[in-house]
Design a protein around this ligand. Sequence first.
Ligand code: SF4
Length: 273
Amino acid sequence: MKSEFFYKYPKTLLNKGTGFLSDYTHSLNPYTGCSFGCSYCYVRQMPVSIFRREEWGTWVDIKRDAANVLRKELRREKSKGKVTIFMSSSTDPYQPIEHKEKVTRSLLEVMLENPPDFLFIQTRSPLVSRDIDLLLRLEKKVRVSMTIETDREDIRKHFTPHAPPIPARLEALQRLADAGVPTQATIAPLLPSSEEFPDKLRTLVDRICIDDYFMGDGSGGRRTRNLGIDSFYHKLNAVEWYHPSAYQLVYERFTRVFPTDQVFVSQKGFAPY
Ligand code: SF4
């Protein structure tokens, strides 16, 4: 999706972890807006998108001087106690523009100077593997969670045509795992997938998180319903996948291939450590 870019100078970067992210002391969004513009993105229903009055996916604010802001905040917050960071809750920290702007990379560099107790990186972008050198230096204090909602490219294109292809995400996961960066595959929101999906992930990760709209959109599925996401399932003739019990089928498929203590559901799969 073609996005417009704007430079912003935020005063703060760390937000208090609340609600679904209450296991974290803070969330951190290096950008505002998101070029991937996923159809089901619940951020479309949040004030950051509603008050902007521009279509979600068509704009991105680039946070300038973010490293200096974070450096000060990290120092202050760490002096008060434990700091665990979820990056990111309302954007993808590896936006396509991150290739050029390197905001997220600059934040990782600051975290190496003064590491948080834990950093969780949620992304669907293979670009995260560019930063393997920095991620390795955070050792066990980081986990990269790669969104892989389905193993089917036709389904991915139907729901998120502007997001990176699934094979490229799998390759990035392989690079991260080979390098020794702690990783997980996050099937969220779970989309229609094949029976072979678990086998495709088995050699790549030893941690799976499964989540859906009903558990994970922060409103029991209301935000997603308001987006009219059911029409996407009707077009596919796959309405059985848009149901609170659909995750059980995926859970069963994965626990046939992965040990049960490696397969997490909803909030537990996003928890620190
Ligand atoms: S990548 Fe994440 S933040 Fe961006 S549009 Fe998709 S779901 Fe929303």
